[in-house]
Ligand binder design. Structure first.
Ligand SMILES: [Zn+2]
Length: 252
């Protein structure tokens, strides 16, 4: 069993949360039980995850997408009231780590995605003046487009949406999990064959076509399951508590 505040303090330091200017608070967002013996992790603090975690006996839930985003209505009404009520009435804590979890060099979403895809990381990049969250590197061998789609689908359990670029074979790739499709131009400037992120919008198709970089939209949810799971496992070992990752399916 771990003291909640000790676990939070450790995690905040591990992920160096104070060095990020984020769109949401990182760390303990909702305080529940003072002790944690069961930790459940998941991508997003949806009602479905809260209910599934509480069925597992979770004292605390650890997520990548928590609450209290910049610019959202701050009032505790509607869906937000229901989620918070459900957490508070059962004393379930909510810990959320957003950008610090994308960026961490071992447990982070981008490093973990590289491991899942078998890509060797050679460095970081990002738009000028922005966080250098994205990574670039190399597949063990060049793959044609069909093989690359197949490799991503088999690794993530979800077929990517592919927008063709010019390279006949893909080996040098960049990646950034989640909603980082706007990094595609920075990826093209790196001279990479392909860029992999989560989502896709209309304009990204044109950027891929005009810069000649292949784009793979591999799923926001699908690409962001690994960091929070790795962090949960790390905390379970460190504090000798039980950890379960619960995957609430999301096609986007
Ligand atoms: Zn995300």
């Amino acid at each position: 069993m771990a003291a909640l505040l000790e676990l939070v303090d450790y995690t905040n330091k591990l992920l160096d949360v104070n060095s990020f200017a984020d769109y949401c608070p990182n760390g303990l967002q909702v305080e529940g039980h003072a002790e944690v013996s069961v930790l459940v992790s998941g991508v997003t603090a949806s009602m479905a995850l809260i209910e599934a975690a509480q069925s597992e006996g979770a004292d605390a839930i650890l997520v990548h997408h928590g609450y209290f985003w910049k610019g959202e209505n701050a009032c505790i009404t509607g869906l937000k009231r229901k989620r918070l009520q459900r957490l508070l009435e059962r004393d379930t804590s909510l810990l959320a780590y957003h950008l610090p979890l994308d960026a961490h060099s071992e447990l982070g979403n981008n490093t973990q995605l590289a491991q899942v895809l078998g890509i060797e990381c050679l460095g970081h990049f990002g738009p000028a003046g922005d966080l250098q969250l994205a990574q670039y590197g190399q597949l063990p061998r060049p793959l044609d487009v069909a093989a690359c789609c197949e490799h991503i689908e088999q690794s993530l359990g979800r077929a990517p949406q592919h927008i063709p670029g010019t390279a006949a074979e893909i080996q040098r790739v960049g990646w950034c999990t989640g909603a980082a499709q706007s990094y595609i131009e920075a990826a093209a400037e790196q001279g990479l064959d392909a860029f992999i992120s989560g989502e896709i919008s209309e304009q990204t198709v044109h950027v891929a076509r005009e810069t000649g970089i292949h784009y793979f939209a591999a799923g926001h949810h699908a690409t962001e399951r690994f960091g929070v799971c790795a962090l949960g496992e790390h905390l379970a070992k460190k504090f000798d508590i039980r950890h379960t990752f619960i995957d609430i399916d999301n096609p986007v």
